[in-house]
Unconditional design. Structure first.
Length: 209
């Protein structure tokens, strides 16, 4: 398994923290849009994630994307084994797609009223921590559809009502029947206002602090 991240200079501190937390695994840290063939974050928010994952899949069959706000705090083999067994890793984000999906993305996916229901519709996963196994049919189907949605403009939009890659990815994953790990079981947000991380937590998210 290889850990992958992309970061511009503003997030270099977090990327360095992430790299220093990795033990026993390879990693690839990208810093230039040109090296992964991605549009900029301004042109298509978070599309760099798709291109970075694709590039890393040329180096290893199992890729774990981690945001620059995250670092490893536990046994990473726990997540690796889930990716090997299920073909992917995703964890609940605690949000409904219907709350964070703009009109263009609703039209692109033909989102139904049932899927957009809040609560009860499609549920979102935390796109800052995503694992994919190249040998998994469903994982590669997910990645292909995710990229197509980005190319179709679904990653663009205002942060007020849209969550870009996370929204599009969650629609695709739920429709494919992909299962999420329980929220907080492997990924914990830490800092003021957050509860104590669970003992099973492997990854911490703490901004750039």
């Amino acid at each position: 398994m290889i850990v992958v991240n992309f970061a511009t200079p503003n997030y270099a501190r977090g990327q360095n923290r992430l790299a220093s937390s990795i033990r026993g695994y390879g990693y690839k840290m990208y810093n230039n849009y040109s090296e992964i063939g991605s549009p900029t974050h301004h042109e298509s928010p978070y599309q760099f994630k798709i291109h970075a994952i694709e590039s890393a899949l040329e180096l290893d069959d199992i890729v774990l994307w981690m945001d620059a706000s995250m670092y490893i705090a536990g046994d990473l083999s726990i997540i690796e084994n889930i990716i090997k067994t299920d073909g992917y890793f995703m964890e609940e984000a605690g949000h409904w797609v219907g709350s964070w999906c703009n009109k263009h993305t609703r039209r692109y996916f033909g989102l139904t009223a049932e899927e957009a229901a809040v609560p009860g519709g499609l549920f979102m996963f935390s796109a800052g921590l995503v694992g994919l196994n190249k040998t998994s049919v469903v994982a590669m189907d997910f990645l292909a559809q995710w990229k197509n949605s980005a190319l179709a403009g679904c990653f663009r939009g205002d942060w007020v009502d849209h969550r870009h890659d996370m929204t599009a990815g969650s629609i695709i994953a739920q429709r494919l029947g992909m299962k999420y790990q329980r929220g907080g079981s492997h990924l914990s947000y830490i800092g003021p206002g957050y509860s104590r991380p669970e003992d099973t937590s492997v990854v911490y998210c703490q901004g750039m602090n």
